[in-house]
Design a protein around this ligand. Structure first.
Ligand code: NI
Length: 177
């Protein structure tokens, strides 16, 4: 296992649109393992492959209190987006920033597991918000994009070119995805 480094906004590599996974092999399993380790080490609740500079449609997530319930979504797609809900979001790629974002309240997720098996599930609350946030990453989008231009400017000024220590990043990313 190895920990991967997380790209920090406004890194342009976060803008790349990830490619669908077509090979469900050992390399994919290793990527998922490494992404999970990276997410847990950073005390995040979700991570998309784009954030670790891998242009593939892979998401890991763990919304459990005990951090013992890893969820893996390969090639995830959403349908049946219903309602709207505002919540406070953070992101491992935008350390130290939390902001209110409006998203669909409930969604249906279609995805594959690490072996390629297809599954679907209905998501609400945290899972719904988090999967929408992560699929945005796979499409080159960051939650900062939903904020006002002024807020975006402030965040770029705060994070641009500045490297945060691992400790401070972990401290501010308690609910980051
Ligand atoms: Ni994120």
């Amino acid at each position: 296992m190895s920990k991967l480094s997380i790209l920090v906004y406004p890194d342009q590599r976060l803008r790349r649109v990830a490619q669908p996974v077509t090979e469900f092999n050992e390399q994919l399993k290793q990527l998922v393992t490494d992404m999970a380790e990276t997410m847990y080490a950073a005390a995040g609740i979700g991570l998309a492959a784009v954030q670790v500079n891998v242009s593939q449609r892979v998401v890991v997530m763990d919304l459990s209190a005990g951090k013992n319930s890893l969820q893996v979504f390969i090639n995830p797609e959403l349908s049946e987006l219903k309602g709207s809900a505002e919540s406070e979001e953070g992101c491992l790629s935008v350390p130290g920033v939390v902001a209110t974002v409006e998203r669909a309240q409930t969604v249906k997720i279609n995805a594959q597991d690490v072996t390629g098996r297809r599954f679907e599930m209905n998501a609400d609350e945290m899972l719904s918000i988090c999967i929408q946030h992560e699929i945005d990453h796979l499409n080159g989008k960051v939650f900062v994009d939903y904020l006002s231009r002024l807020k975006q400017h402030r965040i770029r000024k705060k994070l641009g070119g500045k490297k945060l220590s691992k400790e401070s990043r972990a401290a501010v990313s308690v609910a980051a995805a």
